[in-house]
Design a protein around this ligand. Sequence first.
Ligand SMILES: NC(=O)c1ccc[n+]([C@@H]2O[C@H](COP(=O)([O-])OP(=O)(O)OC[C@H]3O[C@@H](n4cnc5c(N)ncnc54)[C@H](O)[C@@H]3O)[C@@H](O)[C@H]2O)c1
Length: 269
Amino acid sequence: MRLNGKTIIVTGAGGGIGRSICRRLASEGANLALFDLADSVEETADLAREAGAAAGAQVHTQRVDVGDPAQVNAAVAAVAARFGAIDGLVNNAGLTANLAPITKMSDEAWARELAVNLSGPFYMARAVLPGMSERGWGRIVNISSGAARGGLYRQAGYSATKSGLLGLTRNIVLEYAERGITCNAVLPGLIETPVVAKMPKEIKDFALSLTPARRLGRTEEIAALVAWLCSDESAFVNGAEIDVDGGGRLSPMVLGSVREVEARRNYRS
Ligand SMILES: NC(=O)c1ccc[n+]([C@@H]2O[C@H](COP(=O)([O-])OP(=O)(O)OC[C@H]3O[C@@H](n4cnc5c(N)ncnc54)[C@H](O)[C@@H]3O)[C@@H](O)[C@H]2O)c1
């Protein structure tokens, strides 16, 4: 029950990774505020209530577009009014608005990715930091992506925003660490979620060929790290960029082994 008595907001709570994060945080005793645009957030809330029943975790849901600062401010104020204080924030909402070469990426797609993936975490952090700062304790976890390091072919907006999120993470640390606040980034590799399940098999096989663990990650593996980062135990871990990718970041190319290259080229799941 590491998180007993803490109140944590999770954005994008209706999605694959968000759902596992909520179940895990509730099972450790946290009260939760789940923000999402999609109705699936209600199903996550039911699962989180079930997971947190023994711990008495309370779960609140709100339809919020994290890319809209007015909605964010109103929703955060509502959570503070219900629970009294906000101790943690998991910036997990994210999207890919367009798969296109840079010259074909529309203004709208670029702007939407920027609004949800980068401005959203900024608006959320800006809204919760004053209270955390006053109480001298806070945890912010930003869900970035392996794309922040290596880029992603034809996903310029997504990659740029996920890299930008690392910059925001660093600045929150620089400005708030001395007030008992930590802010860390989690960089998932390819994780087994409904979105990833819909990807073409060829693409998944190629991604797995570049992943030393030769498997997709599990949403629970992200959730376990997030729970630790939200707890007291991680108090001196600040500004970290933690990859949860089965070693995938280590394998952009192979220059030393023909056998390994063949193994990758011929890999089939
Ligand atoms: N699945 C992966 O392999 C993977 C890999 C690296 C990083 N990530 C990151 O993990 C996070 C979660 O990804 P996922 O795979 O669970 O995706 P998902 O699409 O299943 O979930 C994202 C959730 O965010 C919500 N959302 C979208 N726009 C929103 C907005 N403006 N306001 C509020 N909520 C909004 C969606 O409704 C959805 O429920 C994302 O930030 C994603 O970029 C995922």
